[in-house]
Every structure is written in C-alpha cells, then in structure tokens.
Design a binder for this molecule. Structure first.
Ligand code: 5GP
Ligand code: MG
Length: 181
C-alpha cells in the first residue's frame, strides 16, 4: 500500500491530538445544551468510520450512534457527482441534539443534503463535525460547527478516506502518488 502513497499531509499523531481537542470541545458544548439520552451522533458512511471511532471515545456522554450512508463518488472517481442518501435516515430524531460526523467538507453538497433532511425530522439542534475541510470557497462558505483541519484542494486518502475503496486503513492523511490515480 505504501508505494502508492505520496506526501503525508497529516500524521497519525497530529490527527490524534486534534481529535482529542475536538472531543473536549464537543463534549463541553453538548453538555451545556442536552440532557442524557438526548444526543444522537450520526456518522456518515463510509469515510467517517475511522474518525468517528476515535472521536466518540473522546466524548464521555450518554449518546446514541446511528449511521447514515451518503454516496457522492462512484467507484474510482475523484470528482463528486452530487450527494445522495443511500437507504434510510436514522429514526426518532425529533427533539434530539444531533451531531453529524463526516470525513471531509468539499463542495458542501453532503452537509447541505443531510442538514436539511435532519432538520426536517424535527431535531432540537443539528451540528456538523468534519475532520478535514478543503480551502476552497464552496467548503469555506458552507456552515460547519467543528472542523479538524483546513487542507489544500488536493485529493487525499487515509484515516477512513478512500480511493476506489482502498487506503481507508492508512493511519495518516496523505496524497496519492500521481501515477496511482
Ligand atoms: P462534498 O459533498 O462536500 O463535496 O464532499 C464530501 C464527500 O466527498 C466526503 O464525505 C468524501 O466522501 C468525498 N470527498 C471529497 N473530497 C475528497 C478527497 O479529497 N478524498 C476522498 N477520499 N474523498 C473526498
Ligand atoms: Mg463521504
């Protein structure tokens, strides 16, 4: 796997330190507005799996976890074709404080789609947390409550992010080598 990987943008250690900070911030914010059993964390599959696994262990509150699947990249694609919900949204979100977790904010299509859908379900509050945000206007202009890192407009893999469903298990966030993609 390593031969395909180019420049490392974020090492596993840097990511871990930032995830710890995000967990503390989110816990303190949620504690201030929500009572026990009112919080639902909604990971967006598949890219958020590694991030959310680390993040939820930094949130020592009673939370429900309920996933949603969003597809925007068909197989070996590096350009989004527009976000679509696959399957169903979590049930029973009315009156809940919902934290949605995604890997990366790019066009903003995913956040827009999911925020609307979850607000429509009558959630008491909806917040988004992404590990990465590309420094492009579409991403910077999309409201997002918690952002781990701002990164250049490059296609990245690792720490849950894939290319054609590979490289999710890389512990760092890195660029692919030019000849790989
Ligand atoms: P948006 O809907 O904001 O355009 O994009 C969000 C989704 O696109 C992310 O959840 C992720 O699945 C995918 N995506 C956007 N940029 C990248 C990237 O650089 N690398 C990978 N692997 N996926 C990306
Ligand atoms: Mg995604």
């Amino acid at each position: 796997m390593r031969e395909a990987i180019g420049q490392v943008l974020l090492s596993a250690d840097r990511i871990a330190a930032r995830v710890h900070e995000l967990g503390e911030q989110i816990s303190s914010d949620l504690k201030a507005i929500a009572d026990d059993a009112e919080i639902v964390i909604v990971p967006i599959l598949t890219g958020s799996i590694v991030f959310v696994a680390d993040l939820i262990r930094q949130i020592p509150l009673k939370v429900r976890i309920d996933v949603v699947t969003v597809s925007s990249y068909p197989r070996a694609a590096k350009e989004s074709v527009g976000a679509q919900i696959v399957g169903t949204l979590p049930a029973d979100l009315a009156g809940k404080h919902v934290l949605i977790v995604d890997d990366i904010l790019d066009s903003g299509g995913t956040i827009k789609l999911i925020r609307e859908a979850i607000c429509d379900r009558g959630a008491a509050s909806v917040r988004f947390c992404v590990l990465l945000r590309k420094t492009i206007p579409s991403a910077l202009e999309t409201p997002c409550e918690y952002v781990g890192f701002d990164i250049p407009d490059e296609f990245v893999v690792g720490y849950g992010l894939d290319y054609d469903n590979y490289y999710r298990n890389l512990p760092d966030v890195a660029m692919l080598r030019e000849d790989e993609a």
